[in-house]
Ligand binder design. Structure first.
Ligand code: AMP
Ligand code: MG
Length: 298
């Protein structure tokens, strides 16, 4: 992993036509990890995550101190694809003061009174901060596309036409362009899990009393729409991976692989901004010298 830039392997090139079956869900062939198996592999991955988080933490401090860019991290994926666990791991390496996580659920009545981007706009990270969207504005072209009857609540007429979704992709691309022009860096991750692995994880939630709380009957209902979700994801990923706001399709059958990759891409992106600790103006330097003198004197 050290020399390889995972960002390039997993980035969806602008205008690429995504077919998810061509993207591996169980990829684990990073350079130092390739020849390891089982516990050894897990241990090595843990160490890589740890190293990554340390560097990510430094990068975050620079982001905060330089106060130039906000970083918006969009996380999407099928149920049980590991979004919550990933947030927990990545967050463990960040300073809570410079970071916010928002988990989007079904919109409230108030939210439905507004345009679909309203609630996401309100939750954007300010300059200097990392904002993680655990689910995002993409739900409005994913779950809502699979269940278009939910548009009724927004009083939008939809007669099955494809242009409806194309307009939404267009709106999303414009929205993201607007944000990046105003200093927000955007990274979007699709946690790509196989249907088989989802089944294993949902069964685990049923079998393990400690995980019962995570089980939702709604997840089983949504699982029956798997093929519809795949199609909705393929269209959305194809239409909205842009130079300014790229998508990454992250192999997520191995949770630790997904965590290593995402923390690595975050770190590289912030480091790539070549930020600097702000230099002090002459009068600020004089004020500091004065303060030092005062403290020393009393
Ligand atoms: P979870 O991520 O398990 O907490 O579940 C959140 C639920 O909210 C998922 O079933 C999402 O599909 C749903 N959800 C999130 N955003 C929207 C949206 N804009 N419209 C409808 N449902 C949504
Ligand atoms: Mg859930």
């Amino acid at each position: 992993m050290a020399n390889q830039n995972p960002a390039e392997l997993f980035r969806v090139k602008p205008h690429a036509k995504v077919k998810l079956r061509n993207w591996d869900t169980a990829w684990a062939a990073t350079v130092p990890l390739r020849n390891l198996k089982g516990d050894e592999l897990k241990q090595e991955a843990r160490e890589t995550i740890h190293r990554n988080l340390e560097r990510l933490s430094n990068a975050q401090e620079l982001l905060y101190a330089s106060d130039r860019h906000g970083l918006l991290v969009v996380l999407q994926g099928m149920d049980a694809s590991g979004k919550d666990g990933l947030v927990k791991h990545v967050m463990s390496g960040l300073n809570p003061q410079g970071c916010q996580v928002i988990s989007f659920k079904r919109p409230s009545d108030e939210e439905l009174e507004h345009d679909f981007l309203w609630r996401y706009t309100k939750a954007l990270p300010p300059r200097g901060r990392i904002g993680i969207f655990n689910r995002s504005h993409y739900e409005d072209v994913l779950v809502v596309r699979v269940h278009p009857e939910w548009l009724d609540k927004q009083k939008l007429s939809y007669k099955g036409e494809h242009t409806f979704w194309e307009h939404r992709y267009e709106d999303i691309n414009q929205f993201e362009k607007h944000l990046t022009r105003n200093g927000t860096v955007i990274l979007k991750f699709f946690l790509h899990v196989s249907k088989k692995e989802q089944k294993r994880r949902l069964l685990e939630r049923l079998d393990n009393p400690g995980k019962h709380w995570k089980f939702s009957a709604a997840d089983l209902a949504e699982r029956t729409f798997w093929a519809d979700y795949v199609e909705a994801y393929e269209d959305a990923l194809s239409a909205t991976s842009t130079k300014h706001a790229p998508w990454f399709i992250i192999p997520a059958d191995h949770k630790w692989v997904a965590r290593v990759l995402v923390s690595d891409i975050l770190r590289r992106t912030i480091e790539g901004l070549h930020l600097k600790i702000p230099e002090l103006a002459e009068e600020q330097r004089i004020a500091l010298a004065k303060a030092k003198k005062m403290l020393a004197g009393g």
